[in-house]
Design a protein around this ligand. Structure first.
Ligand code: LIP
Length: 263
C-alpha cells in the first residue's frame, strides 16, 4: 500500500521535470497543434509532449495505476489509483507568453468522477511563477515549506476569481452569474488556469473561485489543495450545456457563493 505522501513525492518529481520541458519549449517558441471544443480552445505541441513525458514516467514508476489526461485520453489500471493530469493548464496563457500556466498532477482513488473520487495527492507546479503547491490527503497543503490556509474573512469584500469557457453560447449566462456574485466581491480576477485559481484559494491569495465547465484534470490536484487548506469545495450538477459547477472558498463565502450562483 503506497502512502499519499509517496504519491505526492512522485508527482512532485515528475511535475518539476515536466515544468522544465514546458519552459524550454516556451523559450523556443510555441506552435498551436490544433483547436479542440471551439477555435479558441487550443492545444500546443508542448501540451502533447509534456503529457507524454508525464505519462511515460508514471508508467515506469507505477505500471498498475490508471491514467486520465487532458491530451492523450485514459487507461484503466488494476491498483484502484488513477493519475489525473493536465500537462499545461492555462494553455492560452502559455501560448500568449503569460506566466500563469501550470503542470497539474493528481492521484485519485475510486471513481474517475470528480464528484465521487477520493483525492490522495496533488501537485500544481507553475514553473514561470516559481510556485509549486502540493498536498497529500491528511497531510496538509504546502507551498515552499509553508502550510496553507484558506481565508475565512474578507471584511473589504471577497477577492473572487472565475473563468469564462471557450463556448460563446455560454458567455451571456456566465456574465449574469457574475453580476449576481459582484455584491460579495471586492474585485474579480480571471487568471486563466483553473489549477492556479484553486491553488491561490488554498494559499489565501484569493478568497474564492467558481467556474462552470471544468474538466477532471483542471480540478483534481487543486481541489485537494483547497480541502487540505481547510476550505470547502463543491462540484455541482451540470447546467443545460452539460457544464458542472465548481465552487471553492472558506466556509462562509462558499455558502454565499452557492446561494448567489444556484439561487
Ligand atoms: C483551461 C482552464 C481555464 C478554463 C478553461 C480551460 P487548459 O484549461 O484552466 O481557466 O477557463 O475552461 O479548462 O485548456 O488551459 O488546460
Amino acid at each position: 500500500m503506497t502512502s499519499p505522501l509517496e504519491l505526492q513525492d512522485l508527482a512532485l518529481e515528475i511535475a518539476k521535470e515536466a515544468g522544465e520541458l514546458a519552459q524550454r519549449r516556451r523559450r523556443e517558441g510555441v506552435s498551436i497543434a490544433a483547436s479542440k471544443s471551439t477555435i479558441a480552445d487550443i492545444v500546443t505541441e508542448a501540451d502533447r509532449e509534456v503529457e507524454a513525458l508525464i505519462r511515460g514516467r508514471l508508467a515506469e514508476a507505477r505500471p498498475d495505476d490508471g491514467f486520465l489526461g487532458e491530451e492523450s485520453g485514459d487507461a484503466d489500471g488494476t491498483s484502484g489509483i488513477t493519475w489525473v493530469v493536465d500537462p499545461i493548464d492555462g494553455t492560452v496563457n502559455y501560448a500568449f507568453g503569460m506566466p500563469s500556466y501550470a503542470v497539474s498532477i493528481a492521484a485519485v482513488e475510486g471513481s474517475r468522477d470528480p464528484g465521487e473520487w477520493r483525492a490522495l495527492a496533488g501537485v500544481v507546479h507553475a514553473p514561470a511563477l516559481g510556485d509549486t503547491f502540493h498536498a497529500a490527503s491528511g497531510e496538509g497543503a504546502w507551498l515552499a515549506g509553508e502550510r496553507l490556509r484558506v481565508t475565512e474573512e474578507a471584511p473589504a469584500g471577497a477577492l473572487v476569481a472565475t473563468g469564462l469557457g471557450y463556448d460563446k453560447a455560454t458567455h451571456a449566462g456566465d456574465l449574469d452569474t457574475l453580476a449576481r456574485v459582484m455584491p460579495l466581491a471586492r474585485d474579480i480576477r480571471r487568471i486563466g488556469a483553473a489549477s492556479l485559481d484553486l491553488s491561490f484559494v488554498a494559499a489565501g491569495r484569493l478568497d474564492g473561485y467558481f467556474e462552470r465547465g471544468l474538466k477532471p484534470w483542471d480540478v483534481a490536484a487543486g481541489r485537494l489543495l483547497v480541502d487540505e487548506a481547510g476550505g470547502r469545495t463543491g462540484w455541482f450538477a451540470p447546467d443545460e450545456y452539460g457544464r458542472s459547477l465548481t465552487i471553492v472558498a472558506g466556509s462562509a463565502l462558499f455558502e454565499e457563493l452557492r446561494a448567489r450562483i444556484l439561487g
